[in-house]
Design a protein around this ligand. Sequence first.
Ligand code: RB5
Length: 150
Amino acid sequence: MAVKIAIGNDHSAVEMKNEIMEHLKAKGYEVINLGTDSHESCDYPVYGEKVGRAVVSGEADLGIAICGTGLGISLAANKVKGVRACVCSEPYTARMSRLHNNANVLAFGARVIGPELAKMIVDVWLETEFEGERHQRRVNMIMDIEKRGG
Ligand code: RB5
């Protein structure tokens, strides 16, 4: 069964989202488009939350969230319990966000990086597995903060 990726974006990232969706489909991923397809100004928290909820509910295996900087949409996604969204502007951080942090949402900025670098980041992120062991304990500690409440 194909890995399902939920992708969300605001108005600043419509073209980037489309490029990434095509790239993912060509690689055999199933893509759920939860972002806007309009250039009209809209509010990134709506789309960060949608991506986060799709991942946590199991509708999608992983999520990709794109706004101008990647910041606002990742902050919104991270408010959904169970989400670990990381902003990555280069492949090293993308790789480590999976290996050590078990990130389940990748975020980046359409106004920060170009589509070719974005595709490289997406590929590295999707191809890297969580290392577990001592990192599991630390990720559990992060999730415990949620359990204790804000
Ligand atoms: C929209 O102008 C911009 O603020 C948004 O895309 C994002 O960068 C916010 O963090």
